[in-house]
Design a protein around this ligand. Sequence first.
Ligand SMILES: [Zn+2]
Length: 370
Amino acid sequence: MTTSTVNGLALTPGVSSDLKVISLALPSLGQNDVQIRVLEAGICGTDREIIHGQFGYPPAGESDLVLGHEALGQVTALGSQVHGLAVGDLVTATVRRACTCPNCLAGESDYCTLMEFTERGIRGAQGFWTDAYVENADFVIKVPDSLRKVGVMIEPASVVEKAWRVALAVQQRFPVWEPTTALVFGAGPIGILQAMLLRQNGMEVTVVARRPAAEAPATRVLEMIGARYVSNREVDIRTLGKSMPNIDVIIEASGDSGNVLLGMELLGNAGVLVLLSNTGGSEEIKVPMDRINVNFVGGNKTMVGSVNSSVADFQAAVRDMQVWEKQWPGALEQMITHRIAGLAAATDLMETTKGAIKAVIHIGGDVPTA
Ligand SMILES: [Zn+2]
């Protein structure tokens, strides 16, 4: 097979934050590999942080990092040992690649302890903002055609699936735990997808974010799924939280560490607070620790961090997104507020996708007309 080249949208970490289209070689197809044409790729907060220079580095020996770790693609070629996939199948892929720590070696790099993993489009591995890529079949997840329009969001959905898996794991210690009330901080894709999963599990869900309710694109999506949007600029959340029934679940996905403290204060008895934000700052807050501590002890409360997701979480996301499509038709698609046609048009995405819930780059697929 001859070496072919593809385009990728990249930057040179540590040198320039300007996005540029580069040409890169498509790796040859090994016997356990899948060659994938990218149809659509998502833009998320992590990509913006890399563009801001907060982190991210290219593969060893290279200067440019192709960004992107959320993508829906189509299989174009298969290695001889790959089973269960066919050319033309819709697929997506996980983000992390194992290091040598025990959890990575056990196949759960999302529980890495050494932090020496690589991540597609983030740390030491080229990402999915490209025409095509080659991936080991172990990291490729088949996507049903029914998720063609929203499958680009399977990666963020897998992150909320892991958060819920972690919450259920730590709550298993109770003989009975029947959560009914949930609070979510953050109305970005993670906050909204988490709200969907909590609604699917029968909870009353309140989502808190900054933007006034009338201006927030999340308001309409949350209405569609029967969740409530509240702006912390319009409502005092501490007062609101104290007026709610025992808050069983709090998910912090706002990126504001002030909400971590608020979550610790508002969490109900036998409740679980899951931290999902990558807070890159150096915020210092005065904390009423005696009161929080005594309530955590007396109420058997848990605060737990969760990051990334496993193949099983991707499979759970594929399963549940099909449920959400049936339960709330059009709600997932409503989250895609910004669309860019082609990699070249995405070089100024920091300007053109401001205020988006989810922005998507259409690479190999047609851009749907509204
Ligand atoms: Zn590891």
